[in-house]
Design a protein around this ligand. Structure first.
Ligand code: DX5
Ligand code: ZN
Length: 219
């Protein structure tokens, strides 16, 4: 069995009390922090930028998984490395020379992730797979938390898992959008390694327990 991790997305956290929610994740069974950076151009929403990432990094004690939903991500690779990102994920749809971008991320000492929107085929990543540390399969159209999970994601995960096995790479599969206790198990059974969960965790009555519930589902 491969790695199975939970990454709460702080997009759904209480921004008026961010430190409280970060400490909750620190003390929970969660594995990573997932940070969503949106520019209002690639996606129709703006989330938060460098000063907030800096503040989060100061308190967060787990892997920082930064998901860039921005055009021209190459401009900011070094800055995110300096801020403490451990995994930096760019969107396939925003990169003219994806392989060069991946090398630049690794050159800054981070793990390189590539995200694909629900429309983008996993097969488009085949020729760079050995260089990609993580593929983030978006299970909603990127831009907002709280959307419903797209069922075709299961097929994409299975197809990607097959590619990874064929190429014999160590690439992790991450699922982002609409993850909850109902779909978590089936996702890891299809080959997913990292489940991002925003609303399901932070809008629940007891986020710590919800994280444990998700961990149990994927154990
Ligand atoms: C969506 C973001 C997600 C989002 C997930 O564009 O990339 O990380 O926070 O939120 P939920 O789990 O609420 O769908
Ligand atoms: Zn995300």
């Amino acid at each position: 069995m491969g790695k199975r991790l939970i990454a709460p997305s702080l997009l759904a956290a209480d921004f008026g009390n961010l430190q409280h929610d970060i400490e909750m994740v620190n003390a929970s069974e969660a594995d990573w922090f997932h940070l969503d950076i949106m520019d209002g151009v690639f996606v129709p929403n703006i989330s938060f930028g460098m000063p907030v990432v800096k503040a989060i990094a100061k308190h967060a004690k787990k892997t920082l998984d930064v998901h860039l939903m921005i055009v021209d991500p190459d401009r900011y690779i070094k800055e995110f490395a300096d801020l403490g990102a451990d995994v930096l994920t760019v969107h396939y749809e925003t990169c003219n020379h994806l392989n060069r971008t991946i090398q630049a991320i690794k050159g800054e000492g981070m793990k390189a992730g590539v995200a694909i929107t629900p429309h983008t085929s996993v097969h488009l990543l085949e020729d760079s797979l050995e260089d990609i540390d993580l593929v983030c399969v978006m299970s909603v159209n990127p831009g907002f938390g709280g959307q419903s999970f797209i069922e075709n994601t299961y097929n994409k995960v299975s197809a990607l898992k097959e590619l990874i096995e064929k190429k014999n790479t160590n690439t992790l599969i991450e699922i982002d959008g609409g993850v909850n206790a109902t779909n978590a198990k089936r996702l890891v059974e299809a080959g997913a390694n990292v489940l991002v969960a925003g609303s399901f965790v932070f809008k629940s009555e007891n986020p710590t327990l919800t994280i444990s519930e998700l961990k149990k589902e994927i154990a």
